[in-house]
Design a binder for this molecule. Sequence first.
Ligand SMILES: Nc1nc2c(ncn2[C@@H]2O[C@H](COP(=O)(O)OP(=O)(O)OP(=O)(O)O)[C@@H](O)[C@H]2O)c(=O)[nH]1
Ligand SMILES: [Mg+2]
Length: 307
Amino acid sequence: MALGGFFTRLKEGLSRSTQKLTTGISAVVTKRKLDDAALEELEELLISADLGPAVAARIIAAFRRTRFGKDVTDQEVKDALAEEIAAILAPVARPLILDPALRPQVILVVGVNGTGKTTTIGKLALGWREEGRCPVLVAGDTFRAAAVEQLQIWGERTGAPVIFGPPNTDAAGLAFDALTKAKAQGADVLLIDTAGRLHNKAALMEELRKIIRVLRKQDATAPHSVLLVLDATTGQNALNQVDVFKEMVDVTGLVVTKLDGSARGGIVVALAEEFSLPVHFVGVGEQAGDLRPFDAAEFAKGLVGAA
Ligand SMILES: Nc1nc2c(ncn2[C@@H]2O[C@H](COP(=O)(O)OP(=O)(O)OP(=O)(O)O)[C@@H](O)[C@H]2O)c(=O)[nH]1
Ligand SMILES: [Mg+2]
């Protein structure tokens, strides 16, 4: 798809977040100078749009320096906001690049249940297949039969082999075997799906750590990426999820899904500010083509309706 096409898709996906911000901006700046009261309202708006208090304070301080007491239009405020937001996002907008020297590059996909792990794996596999790479998928969520089936459907759609075991197989053992097979096949990427919910946090931590321990018996550098998938509709809760998973495993990057179903796209800005973890991809729909590399300027413009 052409880049222009993607920007349209991103804008559509972000429309609920955008609408919330733009309606608010119009209400604040219409026929008014950017005075103390207006800046305060703008700050509240940014916080309510999930950008977080630290980001909101920083943006308002910049506005105070450059535009205080001036007559401003909606468009000027949106453009300036987009610029400030893009500057915050730029350092975390880092693509997930496959290292051709790794055969395979092992990617562990983690996150609480329902955030979009399995769907994201399917979308990634499709994208890489289209680039002529060979991904292999592992159904590491072995507790639910439906989880295995869901990954198999993606396997059929993308032509990527899916490695799975009988119900309740040990996920670490399965991952170990999958790595052996993927190596033998000369696969480029091994994408490991994991369970989002175990009976408690300690059990989930033990399971994830065991998968990593076992993989390292074959490849001391594995997993090469640990992707944490976050659901934008959960808003501020996504921040807690990063804290929890960072404690369990060495998260290397984020994927933020369901931006299309949410007015909480600002959470990506709060995540960037708080954790500085790379944001590799954003999900703006359920379809295979709806996972996109994260672009700071595009996202910022889409979010505030600047373009
Ligand atoms: N609208 C929208 N829906 C999404 C997106 N990503 C995933 N979904 C949907 O979210 C639901 C949950 O996705 P899954 O991929 O099953 O999530 P999961 O993390 O694997 O869930 P568990 O296996 O239960 O832990 C599915 O209905 C997906 O189609 C997105 O970017 N936008
Ligand atoms: Mg799943």
